[in-house]
Design a protein around this ligand. Structure first.
Ligand code: NAD
Length: 474
């Protein structure tokens, strides 16, 4: 067993891509291969035009330019990459199960299991396997079982195969992934093999101060990731629940948030109100926590965390109902501009975006939507709104809504002659557009619904438009 020189990362997604790019940038001595079964994604990572990378993250393309083709490579050659690696990161998707036991509640581990089986089959010598994906507690046991059941038990050089398993959950937030990876609040390494822990720690020590590297047992590490996301989501649901109270009492959520967040015990981060949290992780990770609690008979704990998800769904429904109400209870033949489809600003990720549910509900009500986003493509929106494919049969399970919405990459065209504008993603650029011109071009009477508390309400006071802002009473 020697120093780690070659790394393979299985999964070139929102986590695998940026994480390994930063590893390569900070550790020129490492050779890193990111592999994926998705050829299109790998082709996109290998694009010459860096504006066409599959993932948008501020600062990412500059790093890719520095390291790609040098010590970072993207390919679909999974077997050789695993075979040659001293350390393999599992960074595959772990969405909520759609069918069977635990459907709608726990993670679908089929991609993790497939990955473990492939590593077990083709790895050579001693391999450190690192869980980067977010996993239910005790998944490392499953991975160990699969790895240790390797067939053949020896590699192509007739050496005995052996494995160590570590949990190293990723805490990056999309939109600020590069900053989070370069200057992490903490790095968590869970494991029971000191040599493996030290090997991974040595890599991080290239740029992370030692006091920020926390080591724990495997199960604490797996549970910490779920708990951290549950705490973050809980803060969003907490402030969002208070927006409704502000609106009926005459309070202003901006003022309440500032007063509450000024308490150093609470802190000002993660209490911005909005239409609900999105992204691939929060809902899934809380549901996993809820499932685990129920499994172990902790029903009160399960209910506590489940209420965070319930408030999140309620906030989206509440905003949609309020919009219908303000538009005289009728959306038939009305045009509505949706500003922002990403689940938050500075990302092109649409997974679990609150825009999806709000748009689907408005379409069902008869509205036609003009959708604009600075980074999300028409194809990505179509995937979320038009296609409801059964993941097992690939059969379309819902009627296409494609005639009920149009995509615009120009915000002025998107808002021309519409009855209402709904701001769903907090892109800074929406603050800078010519609102006077936009209001002038609306069909009257018209509304602006600011679900992100992005705009200054007083600016619209003397304009010919009705203005509603989340959490602003009277
Ligand atoms: N997105 C985030 O902000 C974030 C943050 C922290 C942790 N996580 C966790 O990290 C994991 C990955 O998330 P993501 O957002 O990068 O997912 P993603 O869907 O963007 O990427 C996963 C990639 O894995 C590939 N893949 C699946 N099975 C494979 C296999 N057997 N062999 C090779 N490639 C395979 C898929 O094709 C896909 O490109 C999840 O467990 C997620 O919960 C995500």
């Amino acid at each position: 067993m020697g120093l780690i020189k070659k790394i393979c990362c299985v999964g070139a997604g929102f986590v695998g891509g940026p994480t390994m790019a930063v590893f390569a940038d900070k550790c020129p001595q490492l050779n890193i291969e990111i592999v994926d079964i998705n050829k299109e994604r790998i082709n996109d990572w290998n694009q010459n035009d860096l504006t066409k990378l599959p993932i948008f993250e501020p600062g990412l393309k500059e790093i890719i330019q520095r390291v790609r083709g040098k010590n970072l490579h993207f390919s679909c050659d999974i077997e050789p990459a695993i075979k040659n690696a001293d350390m393999v990161f599992i960074s595959v998707n772990t969405p909520i199960k759609q069918k069977g036991v635990g459907a709608g509640e726990t993670s679908d581990l089929r991609w993790v299991e497939a990955c473990a089986r492939k590593i077990s089959e083709v790895a050579t010598g001693h391999t450190i396997v690192v869980e980067k994906s977010t996993l239910p507690v005790r998944t490392a046991k499953t991975i160990k079982d699969i790895l240790n059941a390797s067939n053949p038990k020896v590699d192509r050089f007739e050496n005995k195969k052996s494995f160590s398993v570590l949990s190293n959950p990723e805490f990056l937030a999309e939109g600020t992934a590069i900053i989070n990876l370069e200057r992490p609040d903490r790095v968590l390494i869970g494991g029971d093999d000191d040599y493996a822990i030290e090997s991974l720690k040595k890599i991080y020590l290239n740029w992370v101060p030692p006091e920020r590297i926390i080591c724990s047992n495997l199960w604490s590490s797996e549970l910490s990731k779920l708990t951290a996301n549950a705490f973050l989501a809980q803060r969003i649901s907490s402030i969002n629940s208070i927006t409704a109270l502000c609106e009926v009492t005459g309070a202003d959520i901006k003022e309440v948030g500032k007063a509450v967040g000024s308490d150093s015990r609470i802190g000002e981060k993660f209490i911005s109100p909005g239409p609900g949290f999105g992204g691939s992780c929060f809902k899934k990770d809380i549901l996993n926590l809820v499932y685990l609690c129920r499994y172990f008979g902790l029903s009160e704990v399960a209910e506590f965390w489940n209420s965070i998800v319930k408030i999140n769904s309620w906030q989206k429904k509440r905003i949609y109902s309020l919009i219908v109400d303000k538009l005289y209870g009728n959306l038939f033949e009305k045009n509505i501009a949706i500003l922002g489809f990403a689940f938050k600003s500075n990302t092109n990720d649409t997974r679990e975006s609150p825009a999806i549910d709000i748009c689907k509900d408005l379409i069902k009500e008869g509205a036609h939507l003009n959708i604009h986003d600075y980074k999300v493509s028409k194809q990505a929106i179509s995937k979320e709104l038009d296609l409801d494919l059964d993941p097992f049969t690939n059969v379309l399970s819902r009627e296409s809504t494609s005639k009920s919405w149009s995509f615009f990459d120009d915000v002025y065209q998107a808002t021309k002659e519409v009855d209402a504008i709904i701001i769903i993603t907090e892109w800074e650029d929406y603050k800078k557009i010519d609102w006077e011109l936009i209001v002038h071009n609306l069909r009257k009477p018209s509304w602006i619904f600011d679900t992100r508390v992005l705009l200054e309400p007083s600016y619209f006071k003397n304009m010919d438009v009705n203005f509603w802002q989340l959490g602003l009473g009277f």
